[in-house]
Design a protein around this ligand. Sequence first.
Ligand code: SAH
Ligand code: SF4
Length: 372
Amino acid sequence: MTVNLLGFNRSQFEHWCAERGQKPFRARQMLRWMHQRGVADFESMSDVSRDFRAQLAAGAVIAAPPVLKDTTAPDGTRKWLFDVGTGNAIESVYIPEGEADDEDGEGRRYRGTLCVSSQAGCALECAFCSTGRQGFNRNLGVAEIVGQLWHASRSLGADHGIERPITNVVMMGMGEPLANYDNVVAAMQLMLDDHAYGISRRRLTLSTSGVVPAMDRLREACPVALAVSLHAPNDALRDQLVPINRKYPIRVLLDACLRYIERAPRDFVTFEYVMLEGVNDSVAQARELVQAVKPVPCKINLIPFNPFPGSGFLRSGAAAITAFRDVLQQAGLTTTVRKTRGDTIDAACGQLAGRVLDKTRRTRRRLEEQRA
Ligand code: SAH
Ligand code: SF4
């Protein structure tokens, strides 16, 4: 059976090498070839013994999922659509900020963020999310998760000659990363590994809609920076927008955030809050949010809703977003409004499924109601 080496974190790789009579340092050597230099063919790995190279060529590959589409928006945002088989596609988005040659200059420091997917589709059915509307297809394997970073790093390095094009990774693409816990953790271990991508725990962020038991596991196993999709100031509304709230309501979620912060690389949690016109964007709701998040050291990231066909929601107006932000800021909460990047290529948050096939029960119900 052919094995894809992108699917091994360091300890798994060392184990695999040991089974083939190889010393553990071989695994580290190979990780550097694959992930730091983006090499995919064993023949180029000049310091790996000829015998081992032959063994690798016979039974292993280094392969990201095939690319179906590669699009760059005028603002530099780039999106890759990967084929993960049986009609499923997933996406990764690269968002550059600042100037690549300005690392030590006076201007803005360069930062390249890659937004990585963890599942094809998502089972959690948040009302405003196009991935949720697709329904759940399957979990991505480690090679498919890491393969997104591997491919993006290689392509960006080759096209722009930037030595370290990706400085930050956010697990904020399609899917709920904590619902694919084992594979996501193994993939993140590679992202953090100095022999692979060497991204610091502060520069690796996982976003969750609030799978509380998995947040506790992550705190022990691989505490990276945490973003939590809050989106509502009370349970009645959050139950509607983020259905997993019915299982882990806000109080329980905030307690989990407090436990997480004890181990996190940053001393705060980022709460994401999508701005939906007339739904969760009033000044009264902003005040309620201030009270709700009080127990937790946090920053708030307001995300203007990115529309998609048939969503049934509208983006809050600029004035409403500013008024909402002002209430939070006046209460002492650090609040940012996310710039909408890449929306000309449908690469903005929540648009990642593209023009999707709508398979969820909720929408079927809605259609049935309309017909009745
Ligand atoms: N499943 C995880 C991570 C992926 S979604 C989570 O829910 O946190 C990443 C972020 O995009 C989440 O905060 C999500 O709520 C938000 N999002 C989803 N659909 C969106 C849309 N249409 N417009 C703006 N943000 C959206
Ligand atoms: Fe899944 Fe996140 Fe979309 Fe909710 S917002 S449906 S958890 S991907």
